[in-house]
Design a protein around this ligand. Structure first.
Ligand code: ZN
Length: 324
């Protein structure tokens, strides 16, 4: 299939093993064969070099195939706009513009937020024009500004509400969509994702959303995303020998924790330390190391950790973050 994408390439077939070596993907070779973006995507696939080959079903966490997620995947692809079906709020034909900008439910939602931000709503506008009306509603509006977030949230919750109506028989209610937009704005604020610049020109409207931009924003909660990790190596008396930290890019919290543990082990081994006591605050990471299991994406890292640890000699235990 890849060969058909690159008809000008000389080789029409190659084995996957050509593209990795003992340590992992060979980016040099990938870049010789694929465009950089595709090479990056392939290089991001986790590899277990020393494990036997097996087919992994990407959408389940353990990599095993089951029919339920397969059915959900097919179903989600089948739902779309291809078929002319009638709207969930009236008898008109359901088009993209009808769902998002020109039915009685969406009108109420747009009207509500338009009144707050003094952005008028013109009937007959399509999705693109409606978004641009908000995006260019003032010179203070830039990327990430509340006036770009609100229309996106309205689109999103109109869509989820429409799906609930269509597939679960729940009536579409404008106030429910409005409430969901408010709640999401509140969540984004609590996650520390809004700064004053995102409300520039509209700071006085923040209290409508229960938000005060003059009070300090609480620290963001821990969530999967861009992750980094680190650790401290001490001797048996508690004396600090070395500390390290590293960025692990986009990955699960568990994966970042295991990577940090592996980095710590490698560093300790490099320092000639033979017996190691690993203290980590994640009970899940400890469970995966001592008992195995966990999603397939971490199995390569787990295997390497277990290669270095000898359970007769080394210890893995939990310590609360405060005590670390
Ligand atoms: Zn309708």
């Amino acid at each position: 299939m890849l060969a058909s994408l690159f008809p000008h390439r000389q080789h029409t077939s190659a084995r996957v093993q050509v593209f990795f070596d003992d340590t992992g993907w060979d980016f040099g070779r990938l870049l010789q064969t694929f465009p950089p973006q595709m090479a990056e995507q392939i290089g991001a696939i986790p590899l277990c070099i020393d494990a036997p080959d097996r087919i992994v079903w990407r959408i389940t966490s353990n990599g095993n195939f089951t029919t339920k997620p397969a059915w959900q995947l097919v179903r989600s692809r089948r739902i779309g706009f291809q078929l002319a079906s009638h709207c969930q709020c009236c008898s008109e034909i359901e088009t993209i513009n009808h769902i998002f900008t020109s039915n009685r439910i969406s009108d109420q939602v747009w009207q509500h937020f338009g009144d707050i931000f003094l952005i008028p709503m013109t009937s007959g506008e399509g999705v693109r024009q409606r978004f641009q009306r908000w995006r260019y509603s003032g010179q203070h509006v830039s990327r990430g500004h509340i006036c770009t977030i609100i229309p996106l949230l309205i689109f999103w919750f109109l869509w989820t509400e429409r799906n609930d109506a269509k597939h679960r028989g729940v009536h579409m209610v404008a106030n429910c969509i409005i409430w969901r937009v408010y709640r999401m704005i509140s969540f984004l604020h609590m996650a520390g994702l809004f700064r004053v610049v995102h409300w520039r020109g509209d700071v006085s409207l923040a209290p409508f959303f229960g938000i005060s931009m003059t009070h300090p924003i609480p620290p963001p909660p821990i969530m999967d995303g861009i992750a980094s990790g680190g650790g401290i190596i001490r001797d048996h008396t508690g004396y600090r020998i070395k500390a390290f930290s590293a960025s692990y890019g986009t990955c699960l919290i568990l994966e970042a924790e295991l990577r940090a543990i592996l980095d710590g082990i490698l560093l300790a081994k490099g320092l000639g330390i033979s017996a190691i006591w690993i203290e980590v605050d994640s009970t899940l990471a400890i469970h995966c190391i001592t008992k195995g299991g966990g999603p397939w994406t971490i199995q390569g890292i787990l295997r390497r950790i277990r290669d270095f640890i000898c359970f007769d000699r080394d210890t893995v235990s939990q310590i609360y973050r405060e005590g670390n």
